[in-house]
Design a protein around this ligand. Structure first.
Ligand code: 5GP
Ligand code: MN
Ligand code: MN
Length: 331
């Protein structure tokens, strides 16, 4: 058994008041990991609060448990004084937003599967072999003796499903399927998980159409990119939450190796998502631009004018694409 894993389980066993924290711009794995850990520790009789310093996309409220997640101000104003902080699915301190304030004050465990993790906890269990952090939380809960009901199993399954693109990506290995099987056998409902994404507003299709109008290609169609400006979101009566999955649509285009999606979620603040199919290491490009992630899915956030950012990032992307292409040709 991994030593960090066992230390974290040992600390959680002793802890009485736990703060479970996820990352900004939360995705399915993050919300699943936060809620699975929170519900699991609550079942053991501990006082637990769940915090994310960002708005939660509306479609996650398909699960009532999402209401358990509080914002930073609410947690600080509640006067809650945790004796342990569990950070999930976050690769660096900036990814937890203002919850960074707790680092150094409260014993912190970081549980994550990003290769770009900076090991910023007191204890760090980081393992890139896991397709999702939700699987790591599943192991923690199991070791702690948490009993799973239908709700917890479904919430825990949600992170495994979403981070593997519903079992389609290259990270969908044997452990992903066996963990999912275990969760389904304990009552997890895949059809409830898929409902988060099969509950679209008509405006999202209009937004998708705007995104499609903006598609550009480079390198004979091996690189594809598109963008949505703050104005595009507003004119379609949408927010950035409504474009979840768009970068996956770009990657699904025939012949594409690298897909890039620029989302101006605030005026002059742009989140950039990178996705690749077979060989391009997106995390290297994201790290170069101040972000992080996985080889096949990574991201970063840049400040400035959208058109300038698009031009700069595409220039860097093409350079790195050609360098990595040369490197694999020489293997
Ligand atoms: P997405 O493109 O869906 O926002 O993120 C893809 C992956 O990259 C996720 O694993 C996410 O955690 C990571 N990621 C996205 N944006 C950032 C960022 O700004 N900084 C870091 N460190 N990781 C990011
Ligand atoms: Mn995540
Ligand atoms: Mn993840």
């Amino acid at each position: 058994m991994n030593r960090d894993f066992l230390s974290i389980v040992g600390e959680l066993n002793l802890a009485k008041k736990v703060l479970v924290v996820g990352h900004i711009m939360p995705d399915g794995d993050d919300i699943s990991s936060v809620l699975s850990a929170t519900l699991g520790l609550q079942k053991l009789g501990k006082e637990v609060l769940a915090g994310i310093d960002w708005r939660i996309p509306w479609y996650f409220y398909e699960f009532d448990e999402t209401n358990l997640i509080k914002g930073y101000d609410e947690i600080v104003n509640s006067g809650f004084e945790p004796d342990f902080m569990l950070v999930v699915d976050a690769s660096s301190p900036d990814r937890i937003g203002r919850f960074q304030e707790f680092l150094g004050k409260v014993t912190t465990a970081v549980v994550d599967h990003h290769g770009t993790n900076t090991l910023f906890g007191t204890l760090n269990w980081v393992d890139t072999r896991f397709g999702s952090t939700a699987q790591m939380v599943f192991r923690i809960n199991t070791e702690l003796g948490v009993s799973y009901d239908e709700k917890l199993a479904t919430i825990n399954l949600m992170g495994i499903a979403t981070d593997t693109g519903f079992f389609r990506y290259s990270n969908a290995d044997e452990t992903v399927f066996s963990d999912a099987t275990k969760l389904v056998s304990m009552g997890g409902k895949p059809y409830l998980v898929s409902r988060i994404f099969e509950n679209k507003r008509i405006e999202q299709f209009k937004l998708l159409s705007t995104m499609v109008e903006h598609i550009r290609t480079e390198n004979d169609g091996q690189i594809v990119y598109s963008y949505l400006s703050k104005k595009d979101y507003e004119s379609n009566n949408c927010t950035e939450d409504d474009s979840g999955g768009f970068v996956g649509e770009l990657r699904s285009i025939q012949g594409v190796e690298l897909a890039i999606f620029f989302s101006e979620y605030e005026q002059n603040e742009v989140h950039i998502s990178f996705r690749s199919k077979d060989w391009f290491d997106c995390s290297k490009l994201a790290v170069l631009l101040g972000g992080g992630g996985h080889p096949r899915a990574a991201g970063c956030t840049l400040k400035g004018e959208l058109s300038v950012i698009v031009e700069q990032v595409i220039r860097e992307a093409k350079l790195m694409f050609n360098t990595q292409l040369e490197a694999i040709k020489n293997i």
